[in-house]
Design a protein around this ligand. Structure first.
Ligand SMILES: C[S@@+](CC[C@H](N)C(=O)[O-])C[C@H]1O[C@@H](n2cnc3c(N)ncnc32)[C@H](O)[C@@H]1O
Length: 207
């Protein structure tokens, strides 16, 4: 499965910014504001992709980005050089088994990633592990709009979206419940409010 995702995103890397840059721009800014990053905080972006949000972070914060696709990371690396982001480290790493120590990051964000990974709960528990206790976890994801007809259609085409690496239909509330996370703050973002952005306080990992 991860091999499939790597293949898909090695293709998307070349068109990602042109296509998703504008579509997800609103959510990126709202997420950044919600994160309220302070100087010296340690931030992890899981599935950082081409690094569209990296230039937003203050230079005084320590930012780490991981992604499973080297081609996406190469684009993020180019932004690092272009914007002089010397506070940024990028790693090729699988979000479901990260090599960071427990309790490492003050804030972790997964934007448009949690539906793309094969095992969302395992990935979320891994995010909890590397996030400091009482740290903050932000999840931004396409969850479909409130219109029932469109929502049914989305469920119907979910297997196709999944194959295309664009994420499968999922229940964010159920995932958060299973990970023992509760929502501290929430916003609907992007076109037709189709994406949910949630902020959760980290709690102990449920194995
Ligand atoms: C839809 S893109 C989102 C990129 C970025 N977060 C954004 O908002 O523009 C999904 C990203 O997740 C990455 N990804 C998928 N599975 C992953 C995994 N298991 N570990 C790390 N990254 C993964 C993909 O390579 C891709 O870059």
């Amino acid at each position: 499965m991860s091999e499939h995702i790597k293949k898909v995103y090695s293709f998307y890397a070349w068109i990602y910014d042109a296509f998703f840059g504008k579509i997800f721009e609103h959510g990126r800014y709202v997420a950044f504001n919600m994160m309220d990053v302070k100087p010296n905080e340690t931030i992890l972006e899981v599935g950082v992709g081409t690094g569209l949000s990296l230039p937003l972070y203050p230079k005084e914060a320590h930012v780490t980005g991981i992604d499973i696709s080297q081609e996406m990371l190469d684009k993020a690396e180019a932004k690092k050089e272009y914007y002089g982001l010397f506070n940024l480290d990028l790693y090729n790493m699988d979000a479901s088994s990260m090599t960071f120590a427990d309790n490492t990051f003050d804030k972790v964000i997964a934007a448009h990633v949690i539906t793309v990974v094969p095992d969302p709960l395992k990935t979320l528990n891994e995010i909890k592990r590397v996030c400091k206790e009482d740290g903050e976890i932000f999840i931004l994801n396409y969850t479909g709009c409130n219109n029932r007809v469109i929502s049914r259609f989305e469920e119907f085409i979910s297997p196709v979206r999944d194959k295309m690496g664009l994420g499968k239909h999922f229940d964010l509330d159920e995932l958060l419940r299973n990970a023992n996370l509760s929502i501290a703050c929430e916003r609907r973002v992007n076109f037709l409010d189709m994406c949910r952005l949630v902020k959760c306080k980290n709690t102990l990992v449920v194995k």
